[in-house]
Design a protein around this ligand. Structure first.
Ligand code: GLY
Length: 374
């Protein structure tokens, strides 16, 4: 920690570098962190109705106490917001508020709000700066950092968007207190992903501390978020636009996207739950292909079980397409290159890599066994 209240992680991107602050009290104390970015004492905040009820007052009160005028818009909560209608509403509202090129737009919320508002900021007047104030664990460790912004298309998730880096990220650990338990654990699916893809020590630390941080330990939560953000910052600094290494952040996502599509993006399966199951499947596939030790998938699943999380396809409620149907859905993935599906596999915990060389039969066998609970 750089101070008793928050840690700072720097995302090094030359002229577009920025800080991610991780700690408690950052929403109520946002004024001090935002002030250096303001050319005039005015900000436009976009949030959703649920987050507005929990956090907008604290943010607004702190800013107004510092003499900053706040205008705000609350969009409906939920994934359905992340499409053209609410995007258009957001952009037109920002124009009505006369947000100028040198102003700051604040995205207060989870991944849906961060992605949508970031994209709105990317296109408004050909680009205004924006600040991410992520309020979900998933947004704090993943979507608020790295500049991927966008909305969903009828053809698929996140198919319309832009790289637009925030000017600052304020990850207030206190906001996690108001998350429903299931949503917190879903975000934890993205946390565990970082250990699995690139840091075995972090995974071991999560095995030891995961249950206590899920139970509410603030120091452990801060440390977990800080370490995940540091890993993401390092990867983004090396590969901002995903020409190579950044694809590792998609560990578990090829399986996850198919499962999300198969469950209609409903609350049968939250995104991070799908990521966790997808990570377990990626390790199972890696072990069967002889890439990693046979014990590794069991270790991944044991940690997910210790956290009270789903770890297999058979735990998803309701009907699903068969293995062939899921494989078909996987073929819609953005990681398809020249018609070849690319997987993130692993040589061990903390040692993921990208490959296009995966026999179709091996994937089908893993899916079929997972659906049967074997
Ligand atoms: N969520 C994956 C990435 O930011 O690249």
């Amino acid at each position: 920690m750089t101070s008793p209240e928050f840690a700072t992680v720097r995302v090094e991107l030359g002229a577009r570098s920025y800080d991610v602050l991780v700690g408690r009290g950052l929403i109520a104390g946002a004024a001090g962190h935002l002030a250096p970015f303001l050319h005039r004492p005015r900000v436009a905040v976009v949030t959703d109705e649920n987050v507005a009820a929990a956090h907008l007052h604290a943010l607004t009160a702190g800013l107004e106490a510092a003499g900053i005028v706040v205008v705000s818009l609350a969009l409906p909560a939920g994934e359905a917001t992340k499409g053209w209608p609410q995007f258009t509403r957001c952009v037109e509202w920002l124009l009505e508020q006369k947000v100028e090129r040198r102003d700051i737009v604040v995205a207060l919320g989870g991944g849906v709000i961060g992605d949508l508002v970031g994209f709105a900021a990317a296109v408004l007047r050909r680009g205004v700066r924006f600040v991410q104030v992520p309020t979900s664990l998933l947004a704090q460790v993943d979507s608020s950092v790295g500049g991927k912004t966008g909305i969903n298309a009828p053809q698929g998730k996140n198919l319309i968007g832009a790289f637009h880096q925030p000017a600052l990220v304020l990850a207030d650990i206190g906001a996690l207190d108001t998350l429903p338990g299931r949503e917190f654990l879903s975000g934890y699916g993205e946390v565990v992903k970082y250990g699995l893809l690139g840091d075995a020590d972090y995974f071991a630390w999560l095995e030891e501390n995961g249950p206590a941080l899920a139970a509410g330990d603030v120091g452990l939560r801060s440390e977990a978020v800080r370490r995940a953000v540091q890993m993401k910052a390092d990867i983004v600094a090396r590969d901002e636009t995903e020409q190579g290494e950044r694809a590792l952040l998609n560990l578990g996502h090829t399986f996850c996207h198919a499962l999300e599509a198969a469950t209609g993006y409903s609350d049968r399966l939250l995104h991070g739950e799908g990521v966790a199951i997808g990570c377990a499947l990626a390790f199972e596939l890696s072990a069967r292909l002889g890439l990693c030790a046979q014990e590794e998938p069991g270790r991944v699943r044991a940690h997910l079980a210790a956290m009270g999380m789903k770890r297999d396809i058979s735990e998803i409620p309701g009907d699903l397409p068969g293995p062939e149907g899921l494989l078909e859905l996987m073929a819609q993935d953005k990681k398809v290159v020249d018609g070849t599906l690319r997987f993130i596999l692993a040589r061990g915990i903390g040692a993921a890599f990208v490959t296009g060389d995966v026999p179709r039969d091996a994937v089908l066998a893993v899916l079929s066994d997972a659906m049967a609970g074997r």
